[in-house]
Design a protein. Sequence first.
Lengths: 151, 151
Amino acid sequence: MLDDLDRRLLRQLQADPNLTAADLAERAGVTALRATRRLARLEERGILKGRRARIDWTALGYAVAVSLRFTLEKAQANAFDAFIAAAREIPEVVEIQTFLGRVDVRLYVIARDMAHYQQLYRDRILALPHIAELEALMTVATLKNDESLPL
Amino acid sequence: MTDLDATDRALLREMARDAGRSAAALGEAVGLSQPATWRRLRRLRAAGILAGQRVDLDAEALGFGVTVFLGVKLATKGRVSLEDFERAVTAIPEVQLVEHVLGMYDYRLRVVARDLSDFERVLRRRIMTLPGVGDVEANVLLSDERCPGPI
């Protein structure tokens, strides 16, 4: 399990993934060598899986983001697999999530503007297989998105 | 800025996959020298397209076995209640994502918890007591896939 130092290091790293090992060590109150060793250990154990860049789609000209929530025709045995495989073929789909609840699948779709969204919706989204119901939540603003764990 | 060439796109894909590499290693992956990679990264950062990094942790190994998405409707609307709700909800450590949305809910939240009973505690003590909160719909996350997006 994790000890207090592991938690401190991961907390600092979550708060600022760009920290150098030296800065991280200082904030966690240990030597750089000790911090580096611990992080290497956390990587070996598969707990620290890596760092990923965030891409700001707005800066790339994608002004529209919509959560599309689907219920599928579950009587079809392969409904989930067929739906998800087809959704992966749409480049503007950036997240695919499955759920236990009223919603079966959610797609996060980005588009340059409303005209582009309308075209995607008609030509690609509505063409996806086994859709029973579909509703949209349009993102107005993202107020928090740090994906940090409360360690 | 949308005048990206194929090398920029390749670099963005590499960074979204693994941003922990040196400019030299990234350059090797996309066929660029280290200084040329560094210049491109600097340009993509300056344009706001590369918007920082996030640390990828194994939530389950860290004891967070449950992720739930909540659709939240506000019972009372008005500028003050929106601000009160937003201030309170973004301060909850278990809430990783807060999106203001347009549709059948007002907000979308991503909540992480140790298990279902821990989630129940967060829901009852933290979420249902938020100022102005009305209807809440919960969907338990089963799978989460991030796609490269239109690059």
